[in-house]
Ligand binder design. Sequence first.
Ligand SMILES: [Zn+2]
Length: 394
Amino acid sequence: MSAPADTRSDAASAVHDLVLTGGRVLDPANGIDGRYDVAVTDGRISAVAPSIEGPATERIDCTGRLVLPGLVEGHTHIFEHVSKVGANPVEAHLRRGVVAAADAGTAGASTFAAFKKFVVEPSGMRILSFLNVSVLGLIDFRFGELLNPDTLVAEDALQVAEENPEIVKGFKIRLSEDVVPSDQWRTLLEKSLAIGEQAGLPLMVHIGETPEPLTEVLPYLRPGDIIAHCYTGKPYNILVDGKVQPAVAEARARGVLFDSAHGKSNLSFDVARPAIAEGFLPDIASSDTSGRNWRGPVFDLLTSLSKLVALGAPLPEIIKRATIDPARLLGIADEGYGALTVGNPAHVTVVEEVGEQLLPDAAGNSIVAPRYEPVTVLHAGAPVDIVPWRGLGA
Ligand SMILES: [Zn+2]
């Protein structure tokens, strides 16, 4: 009896909890795109190899599916119950394959404590913040948070950032005409940049209906600062005469980042298509999900990504921009986010392509796009319940 018992004991020491077999592993951080098995043990990635034999508590056949690092959402609005635009982070993101998400300015310094206590801590996912430079945050779209410029209180923003370095990863200003007094946008932008400078964090700048053209805005931004809504069809967008304007290319060349941030009204296929054809991909591929759009036209991050792929962006490039790139930007790559690296916590999203579907942009145009459906999601090795796609009138 002893020999079999010993054999089993030896084998047990190498038993994987879970092996995801036969999928197309797309892990840009590790330069992997091909058919691999991925093993998970004790909540961590224990092996990535063409074939993982040997004992495993569970095997999931991923043949024909994409095995991705858990998706990282670089721009969303998830301050539910406090903001009128807040979506539920678990329903809108975690249960749709997104394991980490950055709230883009829904919380400001005066509401951050509630955001941390009621959203970040109970979520079961990794939530970050681009803290709104207005202490009010984005509570109600009808009342721009900087129409009273006194709500920009640098000391408050800096204090919250200093006390919450694990959550606050940057600052956010919405630079639209209905948010900032048009004669004060330069002052408010300069103050916001100074806050970022002092904290050593980037500033995310929301464009679309800015008071003046992008050529006036872009020179202010530093390497690492972010333009959100790079494919907006609103006035003063990135195109001039159907081409990406030189000022945008120059800003990118010196390190300014561009975030796709679909949103309710900021993805125009007529802007994104020619920009992508020129090779102008977003640095961050994000959804800008909110309570106003998660039942359309955005639905979720995977649906937003599928539109970019349908517009001509290569899938591996888009996955990179929704995994390791935002993970690095948000400073969470060393927590295992954005990559399937052996030894790191297992954040995994397995996706099935379920045919094609007709999807809208924000201007009412449609495109035939692949439908990506999450089928297996792990956050730190723990399986997540999937919620069905909300599109097509579901
Ligand atoms: Zn937004």
